[in-house]
Design a protein around this ligand. Structure first.
Ligand code: CTP
Length: 409
């Protein structure tokens, strides 16, 4: 219990600065602001002058319950250009335009937002949104790399419809996902971004092995554990590639998703993505077998005839293949879903697969699949066994990344 709790005072609401720069996605930042205020955060909006062309001061003030100031020359006696950044628990700039990223990377301080960025000692999250050409421009990419190197969290933009008729990378991610990301960062506080500069690959969901155009062999994996791994890695600063096998979940902010269907497709995507990865976590439930033949037309029942048995062939073992590559410095993590002799089977599987870490959990009709909580033991090749008590899948994900980060040094 801290002093405030002992004296009966309520815990202060987390103090969030929402910086808004001048892009059309400013209107989506209104929803982000509402999510913060409705969940008890104390939010100060600091728009740039350009942002006010898109959404006016009155909207920001009404939604936040505070004046939304742009310049350093207002309320000078309160020294806002220093105080706002100093007092924040989190600064999130959403949207962050190419121009704002350039100013931040160069330490310019023309207005209240850029001054705030220079004085903030808390985690700073940038949510870039711009046209693909601007995002891919080497100047922008170098500015982003500079900010990340200094410890800022710069989300990867989403892919999709941009302003006007064009589509591509540069879209503002779903405000609900940005909010979830910021909550994770706030919960971690000023904890080090121990995966900053790292590329991690996570597989999630379950593969589907088609029998004919309408049927497949599949499994009950929801993808939640893999998505939790992707989201927590992004919050710790990693660049994340998520190989999503038939998972119907919202894309975590800042994560690049590559959809896959079958085990063979997952293998191809995993080998390609893992080529420059620092860590690969195979959380997907990969079908061990697939139908030996694929019927191009729907298999029909025939009157008076028994159905043909379905012949199966082995699928490639992606985890074992990645582990066998033995790339120096790359950490490979597997998952084992077991119903009986959980630990003994897990230890044998760790040896058989050849990975560095194996997360072993017990599965059953009511356990793990589709649930938001999990419990597991993480086995390591050095013989250590780390039990993770029953809790949110994000907590298990964070323990996995703790052990990965320790191995990456
Ligand atoms: N896995 C994989 N490729 C496969 C099967 C599994 O990459 N063809 C990975 C999973 O992503 C998981 C781990 O291997 O990380 C464990 O999978 P599991 O199916 O539990 O292990 P199996 O080797 O299939 O062992 P068994 O079926 O005997 O339990």
């Amino acid at each position: 219990m801290d002093e405030r709790e002992q004296s009966g005072q309520a815990q202060a609401a987390p103090s969030v600065v929402l910086g808004v720069s001048g892009g059309i996605a400013a209107y989506k930042a209104c929803e982000l602001l509402r999510r913060f205020t409705e969940s008890g955060h104390d939010v100060r909006v600091v728009p740039t002058a350009a942002a006010l062309h898109f959404v006016g001061e009155a909207t920001w003030a009404a939604l936040s319950g505070k004046p939304a100031t742009t310049e350093v020359w207002e309320s000078v006696h309160e020294v806002p250009h220093v105080r706002i950044g100093q007092q924040a628990d989190l600064v999130v700039v959403a949207p962050a335009t190419a121009d704002l990223l350039a100013q931040a990377a160069h330490g310019l301080a023309h207005d209240l937002l850029t001054n705030t960025l220079l004085t903030a000692r808390c985690p700073v999250v940038y949510v870039p949104a711009m046209h693909t050409e601007m995002w891919e421009n080497p100047a922008t990419q170098e500015n982003v790399a500079t900010l990340r190197r200094r410890g800022a969290l710069v989300l990867e933009p989403a892919v999709g419809r941009l302003t006007g008729a064009d589509t591509g990378k540069g879209r503002f991610p779903d405000p609900a996902e940005i909010f979830a990301f910021c909550r994770t960062v706030l919960a971690r506080g000023t904890a080090v971004q121990d995966l900053a500069g790292r590329h991690v690959v996570v597989s999630a969901g379950g593969t589907r092995e088609p029998l004919d155009p309408v049927r497949f062999l599949g499994n009950r994996s929801s993808g939640r554990q893999g998505y939790a791994l992707a989201a927590t890695a992004a919050a710790r600063g990693a660049r994340v590639t998520l190989l999503a096998a038939n998972a119907d979940l919202p894309v975590p902010a800042g994560v690049e998703v590559r959809p896959v269907g079958t085990a063979v497709q997952l293998r191809e995507a995993a080998l390609a993505a893992a080529a420059d990865a620092d860590a690969v976590v195979m959380a997907a439930a990969v079908a061990d077998f697939r139908p030996a033949t694929y019927a191009t037309g729907k298999i029909k029942k025939r009157e008076g005839q028994e159905p043909e048995p379905v012949a199966l062939v082995r699928n490639p073992d992606v985890l074992a293949e990645l582990a066998a590559e033995r790339r120096p410095g790359r950490v490979v993590v597997g998952f084992a879903a077991e119903t009986d002799d959980v630990l003994a089977n897990g230890r044998a599987k760790l040896r058989r697969k050849g990975c560095d870490l194996l997360v072993v959990n017990e599965v059953g009709a009511e356990k793990t699949f589709g649930a938001t909580e999990n419990e597991a033991v993480i086995l390591a090749t050095d013989g250590t066994e780390t039990p993770v008590p029953h809790g949110p899948k994000e907590a298990l994900a964070d323990r996995v990344w703790d052990l990965v980060a320790a191995r990456l040094g």
